[in-house]
Design a protein around this ligand. Structure first.
Ligand SMILES: CC(C)(COP(=O)(O)OP(=O)(O)OC[C@H]1O[C@@H](n2cnc3c(N)ncnc32)[C@H](O)[C@@H]1OP(=O)(O)O)[C@@H](O)C(=O)NCCC(=O)NCCS
Length: 234
């Protein structure tokens, strides 16, 4: 549910714990999904994506039915200098899937190496069931691991079958507390392969975005040309 979940009234009496043995990565039935890192200048797109969620999805994402103003405040307060935000863009450059990895400031001698991070995600209705949520989670695992994080925490509602499936597939331990569920995924330390994979994903996500941006500009030029009765460029 992301880093605003503290605003929810919590029932802390554990009623169920699901401790799942770490599972090997399952082959995904979906193709490669380009994921792009977002920065403060993307706040308007992030806001548009979140405002488009209906009441039920806002409840699932934040743990309460966030009003527009609460979402605005959440977006304004995202600490891009500390956290990581990344997403999936479609051909029209709409942000159709968004993840926020909020790093917990470390209390030990190495503040730049947080030990935990909280993951929150949302996928636009029209993009669901294509593996975007799972891919964003995999990406978050890689990013967090390469930052030296040892545990990812996910707050979700117990009814959130899709989210619990994503974290369960990754081997997280899930503890259910009434309507709330908290999942913990322990991460292995970074290694050469994870660092290389992180760099490659970052570069490919950026390249994909630049490509879509170029295609969109070209489409716009062609549309304007067509409206003005120009013949298309060769
Ligand atoms: C949760 C959410 C992010 C999932 O995104 P998604 O892109 O549709 O999910 P995926 O396509 O990656 O599917 C992930 C897994 O969940 C399963 N799944 C998807 N929708 C499901 C549903 N409604 N019920 C049960 N399982 C479901 C998929 O089959 C897949 O499991 P598999 O790999 O074992 O087959 C999306 O539904 C969403 O944005 N919900 C609203 C916000 C929210 O709940 N955020 C999470 C709180 S932080």
């Amino acid at each position: 549910m992301g880093d605003t979940s503290s605003e929810i009234a919590q029932d802390n009496s554990p009623v169920g714990t699901t401790a799942q043995a770490p599972q090997p990565a399952r082959p995904r039935a979906f193709g490669w999904v380009p994921i792009r890192s977002l920065s403060a200048r993307h706040r308007p797109r992030i806001l548009a994506h979140l405002l488009a969620l209906d009441v039920n999805d806002r409840y699932l994402r934040f743990g309460y039915a966030a009003a527009d103003d609460q979402i605005r405040r959440y977006v304004e307060r995202i600490a891009f200098e500390r956290d990581e935000v990344f997403g999936v863009f479609n051909r029209r450059l709409d942000l159709i899937a968004l993840a926020h990895l909020a790093y917990e400031p470390s209390v030990d001698a190495e503040p730049e190496r947080p030990s935990t991070a909280e993951f929150g995600v949302s996928v636009a209705v029209r993009g669901r069931g294509r593996g975007y949520g799972a891919r964003l989670f995999d990406h978050a695992v890689l990013r967090a691991r390469n930052r030296g994080v040892d545990t990812i925490v996910i707050h979700a509602l117990s009814e959130n079958a899709a989210m619990l499936r994503i974290v369960g597939n990754a081997g997280a331990t899930i503890e259910r507390t009434g309507v709330d569920a908290e999942a913990h995924l322990r991460l292995p330390p970074e290694n050469f392969a994870s660092i290389m994979a992180g760099m490659v994903e970052q570069q490919l996500g950026e390249l994909d975005y630049q490509f879509k941006q170029g295609a969109r500009r070209r489409d716009t030029v062609l549309e304007i040309g067509a409206r003005n009765g120009d013949s298309p460029p060769p």
